[in-house]
Design a binder for this molecule. Structure first.
Ligand code: FRU
Length: 477
C-alpha cells in the first residue's frame, strides 16, 4: 500500500514553493491555487464557527495530477486565507488510491466530512465495471483542524446492483429531521444517475432511490449537489458523455443543474438542464450555505481530460489550476444566478471611468470591470493581445487569437438581451458575468509578455474599471 506522509508533502511544498511563488507570468492574485502541483475539485466547503473552510483535491507531487489528497485553506472573511496543509491523506485500505471528492456537513457543533475513498485492486481490470472500490468514508472535526479516525460507511456491496464501480462524491442535506446523501454514479447501461441514501444518525445509511432522467444524459454524473431555494429543489450534477453543441455544452464534460419539480423525496422530475458556466474552464462546483444564509458556490476553474490542442502553460511553472472566486447563488424566476461575493469589492483600489475606445494598461495584471446601463446591442471588450469579449446578433462570445488562448479559439452563448457585464480578471484567469450573473464564462489565458490592457468599444454604456490589490494567502501556518 502507498503511504504518503504529511512530512513528505511539506518537503515537496517547501522545495517547489519558490518556483511557484516566483511565477510572475501567470501566478494568480485573488484566486486560490495549489501551493504547488495540481488542484482539482473544491471539497468540504463550509463555514464552521465563523471560519470558511475550503478543502480541495490536491496532488502536490506533480502539476499534471496523480494520487489525490485534500489540501485545506481557511479564512474569516474570504479575503485573508491561511493554508493549513493536507488534513486527509490516502492512508487506509479503503482510500489508498486517492482521497476523492466529498463535502462537509455541520451538525452537533461538529464538522462531518464525507468523501470517496478510491481503491484500484491489482489485476487485469478495466476499473469501470470491475476492479475499483468506491468507498464512502466519514471523518469529523470539533475544531476544523484535527480530524477523527476515518470510518468506512459504504462499500461496493452496499450500492445497488445495476451500477458500475464509478460511484462517488457524497454530499449531505437534511430535510424534516432526516439526513440525505447524494452520490454521483454510472449505471451499467452507461446512464448517469444520482443515488439517494438516508440516515437518522449520519452514520448508518440506507438506499432510497435513484434520481435521473428517462433518456440518458451522459454515461456518468459526478459531484451531485442538492440545493433548496424557497422550497424548490435544484440538483447540481457534472455529466460526462453529453454531445457537444455550438452554443452550449461546449466542453468535454458539463457542469450544471436540473430545475427539479417539487421535492426530491416524492415525485421528482428532472426537467431542464442549465449550465453553470459557458467558459473553457469550469467543472465540479460545490455549494454551501454560510452563516449569513447565503448559498455560495466555488468551482474548479479547470477540467479533466482536457482537449489535446490546449496546453496549460502553468504546468512548466510547477502548478496547474485554481478555484473560482466564491459566488453567491440566487434564484430568479426558475433560474439560478451567480455573482461574486460582495467581500471581493474590498480588493478594489483606484477607479477609472472608461470612455468608449479608451485603452488602459494595468501593470498589476488584475482588475474588476463593470459595464452597466448598456443601451446598445453591440459591444466589444479587448483584453491584452488577442482576447476579445464580444456581443453581437444576440450572441456573446469569448474569442482568442494568437498564443493567448494556448490552442483554444472560441466559446459562445445565445444571450437575448445584454444589460450588464462584469469582468473579474486575475493575471491568467478571467470570470465574466453577464446580466448580474445570468450567464458566466470562466477561462484561463496566457499573456506571455503582452501587457494587461483593456479597451471597451461600446456606443452607449457606463464603463467603470477598478484596479485591485492582492488577496492575502499565508502559507506559513
Ligand atoms: C471530478 C472528479 C470527482 C472525483 C475527483 C477525483 O473532477 O472526477 O468525481 O471524486 O474528481 O479527483
Amino acid at each position: 500500500m502507498n503511504v504518503i506522509s504529511r512530512e513528505l508533502v511539506k518537503l515537496v511544498e517547501a522545495c517547489e514553493k519558490a518556483r511557484v511563488h516566483n511565477d510572475n507570468k501567470y501566478r494568480l492574485k485573488f484566486h486560490l491555487m495549489p501551493p504547488t502541483g495540481w488542484l482539482n475539485d473544491p471539497n468540504g466547503l463550509c463555514q464552521f464557527r465563523g471560519e470558511y473552510h475550503v478543502f480541495f483535491q490536491y496532488t502536490p507531487f506533480d502539476s499534471t495530477g496523480g494520487l489525490k489528497l485534500w489540501g485545506h485553506y481557511v479564512s474569516r472573511d474570504l479575503l485573508h486565507w491561511d493554508y493549513l496543509g493536507t488534513p486527509l491523506m490516502p492512508d487506509q485500505p479503503w482510500d489508498c488510491h486517492g482521497v476523492y471528492s466529498g463535502s462537509s456537513f455541520i451538525e452537533n457543533d461538529q464538522m462531518y466530512i464525507y468523501y470517496t475513498g478510491n481503491v484500484k485492486f491489482p489485476g487485469d481490470y478495466d476499473y469501470i465495471y470491475d476492479g475499483r472500490g468506491s468507498n464512502t468514508i466519514l471523518t469529523a472535526s470539533k475544531d476544523g483542524r484535527t480530524f477523527s479516525e476515518k470510518q468506512c460507511l459504504l462499500e461496493m456491496q452496499d450500492y445497488p446492483k445495476n451500477y458500475t464501480n464509478h460511484i462517488r462524491d457524497p454530499k449531505i442535506t437534511k430535510k424534516d429531521g432526516i439526513y440525505h446523501m447524494v452520490l454521483g454514479a454510472r449505471r451499467e447501461d452507461d446512464h448517469g444517475a444520482v443515488l439517494l441514501y438516508q440516515s437518522e444518525d449520519l452514520i448508518h445509511w440506507s438506499y432510497e432511490k435513484e434520481l435521473t432522467t428517462k433518456e440518458s444524459f451522459g454515461y456518468m454524473w459526478e459531484c451531485p449537489d442538492l440545493m433548496e431555494f424557497d422550497g424548490e429543489w435544484f440538483l447540481g450534477i457534472c455529466p460526462q458523455g453529453v454531445k457537444r453543441e455550438e452554443y452550449r455544452l461546449q466542453n468535454i464534460y458539463q457542469s450544471g443543474y436540473y430545475v427539479g419539480s417539487g421535492n426530491y423525496l416524492g415525485e421528482y422530475e428532472l426537467k431542464d438542464f442549465v449550465e453553470w458556466d459557458m467558459g473553457f474552464d469550469f467543472y465540479a462546483p460545490q455549494t454551501f450555505v454560510d452563516e449569513k444564509g447565503r448559498r455560495i458556490l466555488i468551482g474548479w476553474a479547470g477540467l479533466p481530460d482536457i482537449d489535446k490542442e490546449y496546453k496549460n502553460l502553468t504546468i512548466e511553472e510547477e502548478w496547474q489550476h485554481a478555484l473560482t472566486v466564491p459566488r453567491v447563488i440566487t434564484k430568479q424566476e426558475k433560474k439560478l444566478y451567480q455573482y461574486p461575493v460582495e467581500e471581493l469589492k474590498e480588493l478594489r483600489t483606484s477607479k477609472v471611468t472608461l470612455a468608449s475606445k479608451d485603452k488602459v494598461t494595468i501593470e498589476e495584471g488584475i482588475f474588476d470591470l463593470e459595464i452597466t446601463e448598456i443601451k446598445t446591442d453591440k459591444l466589444q471588450i479587448l483584453i491584452a493581445d488577442g482576447l476579445t469579449l464580444q456581443y453581437e446578433d444576440n450572441v456573446f462570445s469569448m474569442k482568442f487569437t494568437g498564443s493567448i488562448g494556448a490552442g483554444r479559439t472560441e466559446r459562445k452563448a445565445i444571450v437575448k438581451e445584454l444589460s450588464s457585464v462584469r469582468v473579474l480578471c486575475d493575471v491568467s484567469l478571467m470570470e465574466v458575468y453577464l446580466n448580474d450573473g445570468e450567464y458566466v464564462f470562466t477561462t484561463r489565458f496566457y499573456r506571455e509578455d503582452a501587457p494587461m490592457t483593456v479597451l471597451v468599444d461600446s456606443e452607449d454604456s457606463v464603463n467603470t474599471l477598478w484596479k485591485m490589490k492582492d488577496m492575502e494567502v499565508n502559507y506559513e501556518k
